[in-house]
Write a protein that binds this ligand. Structure first.
Ligand SMILES: [Zn+2]
Length: 478
């Protein structure tokens, strides 16, 4: 099936045509590791994981890179104010900048595992790719796209007429924005830094390019260098949050394409910000919600994932705590139906005469079509629930129960929101009763039938019947 993705560069849903047939090469702007990532950051990272899973489901071989921004990183807002978030955090937490970066990188990877990510094939650190950044800066200086003043190197956007095309910003608008901060070194206020010198900066390197001074890289060059190292000069998909579009991605395009003369990226995807209880997350409102906050309130990685993934990535997602309760209830509903068909297929529950194969096929097709249409996860979940309803309404026969169980497993492989497959043994039977079932088996094996009957009666007193099936003894509520 043709996959269509909304491409920021063309402002339409383009069919995914990869440079190499059957392979997708993707780059995702990763975390800046000076504080705990919040759930808004994770909305963007979860899109990356969803794409990986869906593309693999569709038979693509995926090569996925997500960087770790561990160089003292300055956002566009504080670039000219000299605020360095990693150094500020280092001072606050009395650690050195590398300790801060490793601490939050480890935490981030822990959260990825807790949210059931397939780990990207490469997670390069910016601090370990200074040489690659230097090579690009060298080329840009050589070809006159960049200039050096007092050791600072700037990209000259007047030399790259397509600057602004990705984000759709018109030049006047850009000039207006840039006028706020005056930097007399720049030939044009819109020029951006590739390399900076500042004796006070804690993270410093000898210039990795010819004729330079000791300093540190600008933020944008990091992503170009790491993307091209692992994916080549030109690759298929680049994602980020909508706040990355300008200036970060615009600058990535300019410096990469100026250096290589080739199209950097075919398809750009940008994930919309989420709201928390109807409000934009911001430092001033103090309403940042981290993954740890969610776990502290007793919700699982699957539940958080569900609450985020249920809304398509370009739609507004309003994160609420009651939404996590809804997620829990929805997951439970799917698991109950899933468990039922697994039990029927395993012979642990009575099969009926209803053939629901057509419903299974329809749900699978609708699920695929939804995700192929710009990763429409809400529609994909609607397909899952259509199958759940079909299961609940019917007395499935063994064959179509097995097909339904396989379809639900596939949905889980792509979305990773429902959890591991239930077992034919009822997982909601109290563990002490399962223990009695095992003891009864042991008693029967030892031909102690009085003891076996006693255990059966104890289980019955708790409201369960022991049903012997081809999958072994099972508990069913009476
Ligand atoms: Zn980036």
């Amino acid at each position: 099936m043709t996959i269509r993705l909304y491409n920021t560069a063309t402002r339409q849903k383009d069919p995914l045509v990869t440079r190499t047939e059957g392979r997708v090469r993707m780059y995702h702007c990763g975390p800046t590791v000076y504080a705990s990532a919040h759930i808004g950051n994770f909305r963007a990272f979860l899109l990356a994981d969803l794409m990986r899973r869906f593309f693999e489901d569709q038979g693509f071989e995926v090569l996925q890179v997500m960087n770790i921004t561990d160089v003292g990183h300055m956002t566009a807002d504080d670039e000219d104010l000299g605020v360095d978030a990693i150094e500020a955090a280092a001072e606050r937490e009395r650690l050195d900048p590398y300790q801060i970066a490793r601490k939050y990188e480890d935490e981030f990877k822990g959260f990825m595992a807790a949210l059931h990510f397939r780990m990207p094939h490469h997670m390069p650190r910016a601090t370990e790719h200074i040489a690659e950044m230097g090579a690009i800066i060298d080329t840009l200086l050589e070809h006159g796209y960049a200039y050096q003043v007092n050791g600072n190197v700037y990209f000259e956007i007047a030399k790259f007429p397509r600057y602004g095309a990705l984000s759709g910003k018109v030049l006047d608008e850009l000039e207006e924005g840039a006028r706020v901060a005056v930097n007399t070194e720049k030939r044009d206020p819109r020029d951006f830094a590739l390399w900076k010198t500042d004796a006070k900066h804690l993270m410093q390197w000898d210039a990795p390019f010819a004729g330079g001074m000791r300093g540190f890289p600008g933020w944008h060059i990091e992503c170009s260098a790491m993307a091209m190292k692992y994916l080549g000069k030109s690759f298929d998909v680049h994602t980020g949050g909508e706040d990355n579009l300008f200036p970060h991605h615009e600058c990535e395009v300019a410096q990469s394409e100026a250096a290589t003369g080739e199209q950097f990226v075919r398809t750009w995807l940008h994930v919309k910000h989420l709201l928390v209880e109807g409000q934009k997350m911001s430092k001033s409102r103090g309403n940042f919600v981290t993954v740890a906050d969610v776990f502290d309130r007793g919700y699982s990685g699957y539940e958080l994932r569900y609450a985020i993934v249920k809304v398509q990535y370009r739609q507004t997602l309003n994160f609420t705590w009651s939404g996590l309760d809804d997620a829990r209830a929805s997951i439970k509903r799917v698991r109950q139906a899933w468990e039922r068909v697994i039990r029927i297929a395993a012979g642990a529950a009575a099969a009926g005469a209803d053939d629901i194969a057509a419903e299974v096929t329809a749900a699978g097709a609708a699920f695929t079509a939804a995700l192929a249409d710009d990763l429409n996860t809400s529609e994909a979940l609607a397909a899952v629930f259509a199958l759940v309803t079909a299961i609940n309404k019917a007395q499935p026969d063994v064959g179509s129960a097995a097909a339904a169980a396989a379809a639900l497993q596939r949905f889980e492989d792509v979305l990773a929101v429902f959890g591991e497959a239930p077992t034919a043994d009822r997982p909601d039977a109290p563990p002490e009763l399962l223990e009695k079932v095992r003891a009864r088996e042991a008693a029967r094996a030892a031909r102690d039938f009085a003891r076996a009957d006693q255990l059966r009666d104890e289980v019955a007193a708790a409201g369960y019947r022991i049903v012997d099936s081809s999958a072994g003894p099972q508990l069913e509520p009476m």
